[in-house]
Every structure is written in C-alpha cells, then in structure tokens.
Design a protein around this ligand. Structure first.
Ligand SMILES: *[C@@H]1O[C@H](CO)[C@@H](O)[C@H](O)[C@H]1NC(C)=O
Ligand SMILES: *[C@@H]1O[C@H](CO)[C@@H](O)[C@H](O)[C@H]1NC(C)=O
Ligand SMILES: *[C@@H]1O[C@H](CO)[C@@H](O)[C@H](O)[C@H]1NC(C)=O
Length: 320
C-alpha cells in the first residue's frame, strides 16, 4: 500500500514540476480556450510577465476535465483576461487597473451574450490581485505607484450574480485577517492591504461561499511580512492546492447548475495517473521518478527540481 501512495504523491510533484504557462507548451488545453457560450466559463488572469494563459491553466484543465463529457464536450472552458500583466514602478499600477477594468468588462460582455452561463473567476499573483479588484473593487497605492480606483461588482446583479466560484493564488494586494484566506497567509498583508470598503466588497462573495483566496506564509508577494520569504512559496500553490481547489470549484459549478445528479467530486488516483501520462513533459518526469525518486527520496528530488533550469528561469522580479 505504501509504495502505491508514494507513487501517487510523486506524480503530483511531477505534474507541478511541469506547470505549464504557455498554451503552445501544453496543447491539450487549447480546446478549452473559447468565446462561445458554455455552461461553465473561466475568466483567467495571469501573473506579471507571464505568457497567456499563465500558471492556472492546469487547474482550469482539472476543473473542465470533470465538467466536460461525451454529451457536452464543450461545457467548460476559459478566456484570458486581456491585460498587460506588467510590473516595475508605474507599470504595475497601470497594468493592474487595466486588468480590473477589462476583466469586469469581459464578464459583462460574456454574460450579456450568454445569460445562462456560470462564471468561474481565477487569477494568480498580479492576476489574483486583479480578480480581487474586479469583485471587491480596487485601487490605491502599491509599490510606489498609485493604482486608479475601480468599483466593486454587485453580487446581486449580472455578471456578479453569475459567479459560481472565484479562486486566487498569491495575490499582490490583499489584507491580513480576512475570513476568506486559505493556506495560512492571513497573518500578513500583501504588498499593500485592501481598504475596508474593498474587503467589504469581497466579503459578499465570501458570505455566499464563492470566494477563496490562497496565500501561504513565506510567499514574498502575498505575505511579505512573514519570515524566510522565498519565491518557491509563490510558485507551488498549484502543487499544494490545485486538486483541492479544482474539487471545490467543480462542486460550486455543479451546485450553481443545480444538477442533482452531481455527487462526489473527489479526484481518483486513476484521473491523476491519466493526466500525468497525457502530459508529455510529465512522462519524462515519470521516468525520472522511477529511476531516481524511489532511491533518493522525495526530498532530494524536490531540491533538484527547484534548482533545475525550468525553475531557475523564473526570477523574483518576473512574477508578482
Ligand atoms: C455531461 O455534462 C453536462 C454539463 O456539465 C451535464 O449537464 C450532464 O449531466 C453530464 N452528463 C453525464 C452523463 O454525466
Ligand atoms: C465588450 O463589447 C463591446 C461591444 O460589443 C466591445 O466594443 C468591447 O470591446 C468589448 N469589451 C471587451 C473587454 O471584450
Ligand atoms: C445591486 O443590484 C441589486 C439588484 O439589481 C440592486 O437592487 C442594488 O441596488 C445594487 N446595488 C448597488 C450598490 O448598485
């Protein structure tokens, strides 16, 4: 029994090690990108300087994998929040405001065209901050610049009323001590806190159990006031919470659709195995795991993974 569990755990690591940010590197997700009306539609906001669609595409993939089926192969998909995703001085504030305005407008446009669709809001890093701005209202000083204000999205009228679930990872502007924070990061503000009014805007979505903000201690972007900050804690949300988040979103999406036939949403090991193998880069990692993982142990593998060129290519300044 123990060896089987170990292999499943390593497989998780393999999927995360190969986290895909650029669509041409993970073409199995290309079919999910659409502007068409569909029952479950993600709005995906990437992190600073990331290519579209960004670090969350694999999480979207996990959600859609459970919502699409033979009868409805396009029930679930995504569109990118189109924005600059740039940082460095004034650029961050300009970019984040553009994301907040555009993200909300894309949701309004989509809901007007597709009034029966359920919306799923996701964002990472600057994109996480952008999505919190979209829902709760945004603006204010951050990192030496002044972001223009935008108003909150009313949860009682479309498109806010169409939001089935919203999840952000490692958001830049966020406040400590919010009840919708998961992962231990409630001990710290982000790069700047949100105003009481902005948090109140978010609280409407939290009260409806539609909002989760993930932030962990040691993440220099969302929890800079914790000790021993390290960029690796900004980049392993997908590894640590990707499956948990996908299960939660799937449950919310199904509940929003009111389908009583939807029951248990727990991912099975066979699903993970299938996803791991269908991912070309993961297959290589799978081989490496068989060769090295069992002998050198998970810890040694993790150290090697972080120091590998794939990780080294992502510097602190590139993502926020
Ligand atoms: C197929 O997916 C659609 C949309 O998610 C859902 O309404 C339907 O119940 C699913 N069918 C089966 C057999 O699971
Ligand atoms: C929303 O729709 C309007 C009218 O079709 C269009 O001009 C605008 O560019 C759209 N906005 C976005 C963000 O797609
Ligand atoms: C939000 O929408 C509801 C329903 O349309 C409306 O009654 C309410 O006045 C709106 N709130 C704000 C602040 O616009």
């Amino acid at each position: 029994m123990i060896p089987r569990i170990a292999v499943v755990a390593l497989l998780h690591t393999a999927i995360a090690a190969a986290v895909c940010t650029k669509l041409e590197d993970c073409q199995q997700f290309e079919k999910l990108k659409t502007n068409d009306c569909q029952p479950f539609h993600h709005f995906l906001a990437r992190g600073s300087t990331s290519p579209y669609p960004g670090h969350l595409i694999e999480t979207v993939g996990k959600v859609c994998d459970q919502l699409n089926n033979g009868t409805h192969p396009n029930a679930c998909g995504y569109e990118d929040v189109e924005y600059w995703a740039m940082n460095g001085g004034e650029r961050w504030c300009k970019s984040a405001h553009e994301g907040a305005m555009h993200g909300a407008e894309q949701m309004r446009n989509y809901t007007e065209r597709c009034p029966d669709s359920h919306l799923i809001v996701m964002g990472f890093s600057q994109g996480g901050s952008v999505q919190l701005d979209v829902l709760g209202g945004g603006g204010g000083e951050l990192w030496g610049c002044m972001q223009e204000e935008n108003s909150a999205m009313n949860i009682s009228s479309a498109p806010g009323s169409k939001v089935a679930a919203a999840v952000v990872f490692g958001a830049t502007r966020r406040s400590a001590n919010q009840p919708f924070t998961f992962g231990g990061g409630e001990v710290s503000d982000g790069g700047a806190p949100r105003t009481a009014e902005q948090n109140a805007g978010l609280q409407h979505y939290a009260n409806a159990d539609k909002l989760r903000e993930y932030c962990q201690p040691h993440d220099p972007i969302c929890a800079p006031h914790t000790q021993d900050t390290d960029m690796k804690y900004h980049l392993d949300y997908f590894d640590k919470w990707g499956n948990e988040v996908a299960d939660w979103v799937i449950g919310k999406a199904k509940a929003a659709a009111g389908d009583a036939s939807y029951g248990d949403t727990t991912s099975e090991a066979s699903d993970l195995l299938r996803k791991g193998i269908s991912h070309p880069v993961s297959s290589v990692f799978l081989l490496l795991i068989v060769l090295f993982g069992i002998f050198y142990g998970v810890k040694r593998f993790a150290v090697w993974r972080i120091s590998s060129p794939r990780y080294a290519a992502v510097s602190t300044t590139e993502i926020a």
